[in-house]
Design a protein around this ligand. Structure first.
Ligand code: SMG
Ligand code: MG
Length: 366
């Protein structure tokens, strides 16, 4: 394929309720979308970077800059297949979310031209995927109970509680007492230190599925120490940025479960490689989320339909995030989302609505 034009759309979607984690409190999702026109047609991609470098070092303006000033000049005049993109962009270090956004837009364009869905392309084995939900830190325990109970009643099959020092044992114990059987897990987004290992071990009381990224992303040995001291499995998120990193972390026993987020590992192609490795080695994986709009969600749901995704992902219904999405909404039925069947990402984009929430736009002609 040859790229002819790229449109960069920066838009904002208000969240239905604030989402608080150990590193930020978000009231809206600010996002960068790519609309790529090639000789094969149009493809859409969503960059999952946030507006500030708080989850990882990437942020929207940096992603936009690296795509415009480094990735696009490299691709100018080139006739290539989207599957070659990771190799073409290999000289540029880092910026996995920017790479993933471009890769998914190119894949969408190509797969649409070939009338193949993302699910078929990845080798999905399911028509629908079970939904988990990620629950933010709330001002009070009462509000947490209220929020979790709404999700449980709606049919979510797994609850993830965001935790941080000072908001851990009590919220977990409270929810576990109310729902003795529900699959429950926690995510600290790196908020703890090695010196907290004895404290984190107390989570073993609550029969958790996993403890996600408790320590700093570069503290693999800290995770090894915590994993060997506790019964609750460790699941790395931020630490895993490539297949090799996943293999290393698994071999050194820093983690026994992997949260696969395509944006964090440089794209869906690398994400599928991590899935394949884990599937062949009996390592459970699940699909993470970055509060995506329907564009990113569509591709994530297709990925989560692969055989090795044995745990429910942070692939929630559109209504968990937004009153109105920019695509056909993902509606949960019996705790599951349908994998889109149409070509490419398989969802329609409401460009008029997108225009109404767009804050800035730019384009490059190649
Ligand atoms: O998309 O449902 C979602 C959010 C899931 O908790 C979630 N994501 O560390 O796993 C994580 C966080 C990162 C994004 S927080 C803004
Ligand atoms: Mg996480």
């Amino acid at each position: 394929m040859k790229i002819k034009r790229i449109e960069f759309i920066q838009a904002e979607l208000a969240l239905v309720k604030p989402f608080q984690t150990s590193f930020t409190r978000q009231l809206k999702r600010e996002m960068l979308l790519l609309k790529v026109e090639s000789d094969l047609g149009i493809g859409w991609g969503e960059c999952v970077a946030m507006s500030a470098p708080l989850y990882s070092s990437e942020y929207i303006k940096g992603s936009l800059d690296v795509i415009e000033n480094f990735f696009i000049p490299k691709l100018k005049g080139l006739d290539f297949d989207p599957e070659e993109l990771p190799t073409i962009l290999l000289p540029f270090l880092g910026h996995p979310m920017a790479k993933a956004a471009l890769e998914s837009a190119l894949l969408d364009g190509k797969l649409k031209a070939d009338s193949i869905s993302f699910g078929e392309y990845f080798g999905a084995t399911r028509g629908s995927v079970p939904c988990g939900v990620s629950v933010g830190i709330t001002p009070t325990i009462e509000e947490l109970i209220d929020e979790v109970s709404q999700y449980v009643e709606a049919g979510y099959k797994r609850i993830k509680l965001k935790i941080q020092p000072g908001w851990d044992l009590l919220p977990v114990e409270t929810i576990r007492n109310i729902y003795p059987e529900i699959p429950l897990q926690v995510d600290a987004n790196q908020a703890y230190k090695r010196s907290d290992i004895n404290h984190l071990k107390k989570l073993d009381e609550y029969n958790l599925l996993l403890n996600e990224q408790p320590l700093s992303e570069d503290d693999l040995l800290g995770h090894v120490a915590l994993a060997s001291a506790s019964k609750t499995p460790i699941c790395l998120d931020e630490s895993i940025t490539s297949l090799q990193g996943a293999i290393d972390a698994l071999e050194m026993k820093a983690t026994s479960i992997i949260n696969i987020k395509p944006g964090r590992v440089g794209g869906y192609i690398e994400a599928k490689k991590i899935h394949d490795y884990c599937f062949n080695n009996n390592i459970p994986v699940w699909c993470g989320g970055m509060l995506e709009s329907g564009i990113g969600r569509a591709a994530n749901v297709a990925l989560a339909a692969l055989e090795g995704f044995t745990l429910p992902g942070d692939t929630s219904a559109s209504s968990r995030y937004y009153h109105r999405d920019i695509t056909d909404p993902f509606i949960m039925k019996d705790g599951e989302l349908q994998v889109p069947q149409g070509p490419g990402i398989g969802v329609n984009i409401d460009e008029d609505y997108l225009d109404s929430i767009t804050r800035s736009k730019s384009e490059i002609l190649l």
